[in-house]
Design a protein around this ligand. Structure first.
Ligand code: 6R9
Length: 666
């Protein structure tokens, strides 16, 4: 089902030309430059000696238990080793050393629960809880190297759990709380997790939303799981298994508060995070300790311009995604920052909730996704205008291309017309920010992610892997190893080589199409593979197709990402029914019920975020002679466009059939 599409296929010609017309520019304000963490000299230093640059960053930003002698070992490419003979502990770097430096009273997390409960957690509090949680994990049978699955809402325990794992060298696998029990089960099985950390539930849109039942369901068939640690958040009733289940609060209370962080080898696995690939099976992206933490801390400092003594930082991502890993947990905490951690949605109990939090906590740095900005834009500027947002001095965006209109709205309405915006391009696989402006240094161009951060080398290449000239488009690649690069796909080294390193020899293929403008700024156009980006979340077309086909009434399915004003892309599915179901769907009124049933089926199999916006029941799918579904044509239908070239179809009348079928009243 995988396919190699062309750049023009992924990013339509219209997008390419639209982007070319954006010529507004915002040079840095000298007052900002004077205080900025990121300096123009960084580019020269990195260009002069890249390895020395990264060795300096590692030593400057982190505390090593044992210094390293070699910065990069690329002899077994594409398997990199950074700082290999050095040793450090990630949790010690994120917590203990700040307490030892006399900053134990500094707030690490201003937690804001959706119902309105709040808790300020200092670095000293965090240290106490992380140490206790580490002891609980050890007592539950987790040893160094064992995996722990974390399935939690956005509550402090999510951060504490991740750090407790890091402290004892047990790689964590955080599974987004919105994923289904099936998705959780397959991730537990792939990583053979020994412990699962979850909660009774969390608050979502004003109501408790249960998590434990999904875990109970997943754990039933997970032989590797010895214990389930349960955080009490909603106090709703839960089913209890006396042999496996442990209440988090009871276990932490009983645990010893003493624990010494053990130094880990720099290449010791820190975490696995599953992400959608071009096949149905999610990939367990593996990150290790020293290189990952170096680049997370460095980019958080220079790109978000974090001054830990004075800033209040807020990244609105969920810890279930890589953005939460690198820019809620590891980067900001390694830097000793104070941050907001918010449990809920932006519109509960009212559409100004985010802006209210910013006003209340005097947030100075805010990092979110373009889809959120577009949603707020749709709700109207009157909502944020009711709040005092003057504390904001840096704004960031991540996860998908940000269109110039949303960028300008973000700057004017949220940033008071002055806060620099950093549009940051990176991936689960890159571990940390790769392409971004540096605030105070770069002249900003709305809609462009701009250039590689100092120390990173990216380019845009053509089909043959040759660098394209400015003003041209192609594939986004990374041509030199970087500290926070993925070290592989859990349990599947061949897939790692095949997915990222086989298209262009010795070069990392990111899977995104991009264009370089006349000044060499990078404009990311979106995925060129069968991966969709819905509200900044990566979803695989194949994975949703498999979910649909697993329904007894479905014979075949094709899924495409159609452009959507708010979510960037939306899931649109074309479904061929099995014999009996065809007649059923033809009965008056039954078609709509069946569509609802299929949408819910996808939510159950994968999670609510994967629910198709639209399901069209069709009699045929457009296929090439070699049997590949031509999603490009289905995208034309989903986006109400005239259908493109059909000459490579095995049967060119199929598209007529689909369109006639759609014209039929439901
Ligand atoms: C961090 C994160 C990665 C994919 C990536 C690209 C898209 C991320 C972007 C962007 C345009 C940006 N993407 N940042 N596209 N501009 N600033 O999102 O990781 O979930 O792995 O997604 O997201 O398509 O390849 P991940």
């Amino acid at each position: 089902m995988t396919r190699r599409s062309t750049v023009a296929d992924a990013a339509s010609e219209e997008t390419l030309s639209n982007l070319g017309h954006e010529d507004r520019e915002f040079p840095p304000d000298p007052a900002f430059t004077a205080q900025a963490v990121g300096k123009a000299e960084l580019y020269e230093q990195a260009d002069a000696d890249r390895e020395k640059f990264w060795a300096d960053q590692a030593r400057e930003r982190l505390t090593w238990s044992k210094d390293f002698t070699q910065t990069l070992d690329w002899s077994d490419a594409p398997f990199a080793k950074w700082y290999a003979d050095g040793q450090l502990n990630a949790a010690y770097n994120c917590v203990d050393r700040h307490v030892e430096a006399g900053n134990g009273d500094r707030v690490a997390l201003h937690f804001v629960g959706e119902p309105g409960d709040t808790e300020d957690i200092t670095y000293a509090d965090l240290q106490d809880r992380v140490k206790r949680a580490a002891n609980v994990l050890l007592e539950s049978g987790v040893a160094k190297g064992d995996r722990v699955a974390i399935y939690l809402p956005m509550i402090p325990e999510a951060v504490i759990s991740m750090l407790a794992c890091a402290r004892i060298g047990a790689p964590h696998s955080v599974v987004f709380g919105g994923f289904s029990s099936d998705a959780l089960r397959s991730r537990i099985a792939d990583a053979e997790a020994k412990v699962v950390i979850t909660a009774d539930g969390g608050y979502r849109r004003g109501k408790p939303s249960a998590l434990k039942p999904a875990v109970d369901d997943a754990v039933k068939d997970s032989p590797s799981v010895l214990k389930v640690l349960v955080v009490q958040r909603t106090k709703e009733e839960v089913a209890w298994n006396d042999e496996k289940d442990l209440w988090w609060h009871e276990a932490l209370e009983a645990a010893s508060p003493e624990h010494t962080a053990e130094p880990m080898d720099a290449e010791h696995p820190l975490f696995i995070l599953y992400t959608s690939g071009t096949t149905g099976k999610p990939k367990g992206i593996l990150h290790t300790t020293g290189g990952y933490l170096t680049q997370a801390a460095y980019t958080n400092a220079v790109v978000h311009d974090v001054h830990p003594e004075t800033d209040v930082y807020w990244c609105s991502a969920d810890v279930g995604w890589v953005t939460g890993h690198s820019y809620i947990v590891y980067g900001p905490l390694a830097n000793g920052a104070t941050q907001v951690l918010y449990e809920g949605t932006p519109d509960t109990p009212h559409k100004g909730r985010w802006w209210e939090i910013i006003q209340q906590h005097k947030v100075s740095i805010f990092y979110t996704a373009p889809t959120a900005i577009r949603t707020c834009m749709k709700w109207g500027k009157e909502i944020p205008e009711k709040f005092d947002l003057s504390s904001l001095r840096v704004l960031g965006s991540v996860g998908e291309p940000s269109n110039p209109e949303a960028w300008i709205w973000y700057r004017d309405v949220i940033g008071g017309g002055k806060a620099p915006i950093v549009d940051t391009w990176w991936q689960t696989e890159t571990g940390a920010i790769m392409v971004s402006a540096l605030p105070g240094v770069t002249t900003l161009k709305p809609g462009s992610a701009q250039i590689a951060v100092p120390g990173i080398s990216v380019d845009v290449v053509d089909e043959q892997g040759n660098s394209v000239d400015n003003g041209h488009g192609g594939y986004l690649i990374i041509d030199k190893p970087w500290p926070s690069m993925l070290r592989g796909i859990w349990g599947d080294p061949e897939r790692f080589k095949e997915t990222y390193w086989s298209r262009f020899k010795g070069i990392y293929f990111a899977g995104d199409g991009a264009k370089k403008d006349e000044q060499g700024n990078i404009w990311v156009l979106g995925r060129v593979d069968d991966v969709m980006n819905v509200s900044g979340h990566r979803l695989s077309t194949t994975e949703i197709e498999s979910a649909l086909v697993s329904h007894p009434k479905v014979a075949e399915a094709a899924v495409v990402g159609a452009t959507d004003e708010t979510t960037g892309q939306a899931v649109c599915a074309f479904v061929i029914l099995r014999g009996d179901a065809v007649q059923e769907a033809d009965e008056p009124g039954e078609g709509a019920d069946l569509v609802a049933e299929l949408r819910n089926h996808v939510a159950k199999e994968i999670g609510a975020i994967a629910k198709p916006r639209q399901i069209l029941i069709v009699a045929e799918l457009p296929k090439t002679r070699s049997g590949k579904i031509m999603r490009r044509l289905l995208r034309d239908v989903a986006e109400n466009r005239e259908v493109g070239d059909v000459t490579t179809l095995a049967d060119s009348s199929v598209m007529d059939l689909i369109q006639q079928g759609l014209a039929k009243p439901a």
